[in-house]
Design a protein around this ligand. Structure first.
Ligand code: KG4
Ligand code: ZN
Length: 347
């Protein structure tokens, strides 16, 4: 039986990406164009610029993906694109492009939730991820824990009450004058710093039904404020810090984030009797988190699957994977499917 090929399109934030995946997880092509350098000058993603850049890049990435896979559109069976959540203008570029291609080549079309893409990125390289498992999406826009009983079944267990972990990385990097995006820069700098130099307070979220706070929720804005206050206390009169103190601060901040994320994953595994966990999203590319979580899970007898770095950050292979599985499960979407800035995937 011929295995279907899915064309996947991703444009929810500042990565334009096109991939071709043969069902279920044979990656024939994965093209990604990052806009990081363009947005760095502004210290964050500028939505209007992101949309325009997606427009400029999409067609050439599409052609490069077909070339990389050595196939033509006639060989493609289904077109899948991210429809939500994300920057609405950015989403519309990829979604409209995918619909146009599907219409022009008379192919079925499927809209995919970006978070579902992240939660399934792990399947691109692992055939043996056991269900049920705990999934952590930790990126610039999200820090959410899910219980995943099977493909398509995602129960939200907890989420950030304020900033996402990636957002905290980006804001702390800005404060320290390190540039954008903060995650990879702090990751690298932290290797030269002392993670015990500063002791930043952990958020005390304690379960509170009255405030709708669960014990698997997260909070990062207090940590960001704590770094800011420490910075003000010790910065030179011209607002600068020595390179070593910056590295110590980056390492101490990172150690706190890694500790919070790891503890919540372990707690979720314990509460839901799961022996398998997966992580995804840009912050899942963090070297300290990967190391610390792997060790902690090993000590608890939990198998943790970490997608390759290139599949942690935004990519279209994860979208094509989800589109392919949904297509095989019988899903088809119509061309009036709308893009949505916000949409969770709870069942
Ligand atoms: O998943 P992603 O590419 O886009 C979103 O959907 O948000 O995640 C981007 C976020 C940014 O906040 C970036 O600073 C962070 O992921 N990030 C990292 C690392 N690489 C990217 N954070 C920590 N360590 C990294 N190595
Ligand atoms: Zn993402």
């Amino acid at each position: 039986m011929k295995k279907i090929i899915t064309l996947g399109i991703e444009s929810s934030c500042d990565e334009t990406a096109v991939a071709l995946v043969r069902y279920p997880n044979d990656i024939l092509a994965s093209q990604i164009s990052s806009q990081e350098k363009i947005h760095a000058a502004f210290g964050g993603v500028v939505p209007e610029i992101a949309s325009r850049r997606h427009m400029e890049m999409m067609v050439s990435l599409f052609n490069s993906a077909l070339k990389e896979a050595g196939i033509e559109m006639d060989d493609v069976d289904v077109v899948a694109a991210t429809r939500a959540p994300g920057l609405i203008g950015a989403l519309l570029v990829g979604l409209s492009f995918a619909k146009s291609i599907a219409y022009a080549y008379d192919k079925p079309f499927i809209g995919v939730n970006h978070l579902e893409g992240h939660l399934n990125a792990v399947h691109l390289e692992h055939d043996d991820v056991a269900y049920p498992h705990i999934g952590l999406v930790v990126s610039g826009g999200h820090t959410s824990l899910y219980l995943i009983k099977k493909f398509g079944h995602y129960e939200l267990l907890g989420a950030t009450r304020d900033d996402a972990a990636g957002e905290a990385y980006d804001k702390v990097a800005k404060l320290l004058g390190l540039g954008y995006p903060g995650g990879p820069i702090i990751d690298k700098l932290a290797k030269t710093g002392n993670p015990k130099a500063f002791r930043f307070t952990r958020p005390r979220l304690g379960k509170s039904e009255a405030f709708g706070i669960g014990e698997l929720d997260f909070s990062f804005s207090g940590l960001k404020t704590a770094v800011m206050q420490e910075f003000k206390k010790i910065a030179n009169s011209d607002g600068t810090l020595s390179d070593q103190i910056k590295a110590d601060m980056a390492a101490s901040f990172q150690a706190t984030v890694v500790d919070i994320l790891t503890k919540q994953v372990l707690l979720a595994c314990k509460e839901h009797a799961c022996k398998t966990a997966i992580i995804s999203g840009g912050v899942a590319a963090n070297s300290a988190l990967r190391e610390h979580l792997s060790l902690a899970c090993k000590n608890e007898g939990i198998t943790v699957h970490l997608p390759a770095m290139k599949f942690c950050t935004d990519n279209a292979a994860m979208i094509a994977y989800v589109g392919g599985v949904r297509f095989m499960n019988g899903q088809r979407d119509t061309f009036d499917l709308a893009a949505k800035a916000n949409e969770d995937i709870c069942i």
